[in-house]
Design a protein. Sequence first.
Length: 172
Amino acid sequence: MPPEKTPASTQPEPWMRGPIPGVPTFIAPLFYSFQMAREDLAKYTADLTIKQIWATPHGFGSVGFHLRHIAGSTDRLMTYVAGEQLSDAQLAALKSEKEPGATRETLLAAINEAFERAEKAARALEPGCLADPRGVGRKQLPTTVIGLLVHLAEHNQRHVGQAISAAKLARI
């Protein structure tokens, strides 16, 4: 979804902005989560320097790590939603999430791209597939399509909160 034209601070949270055209009710919370993440990350990481993006104050994960992890985990979890296993490239990306260097703009663009791919895939899901079984990881731990979508939404929000906290600490 493209960013809203009105600043987020003057609007209610995404879930209180009404239904999303063309998105089934049970999948909409994922989209609301993505929009909230876009808005919060843009707001709370504004004006961070590259040094602050990659700082690890008090040993906490850097803002950069959390941003990179949001994009990567979105991609990986949607791979499982599709009933597929992770590729070598996805596994390599997972191992490199803590490597510093990317700018805020690059990291936020990667998140937006991952969200857009996930939104496209989620729009294509048939509502009747939500209870379909899925396996996660090499051990194929059991879950369902809806279980993965719920986890994706809450997992991203958890890392958004951690990125916001890390950004606040990095500014001190």
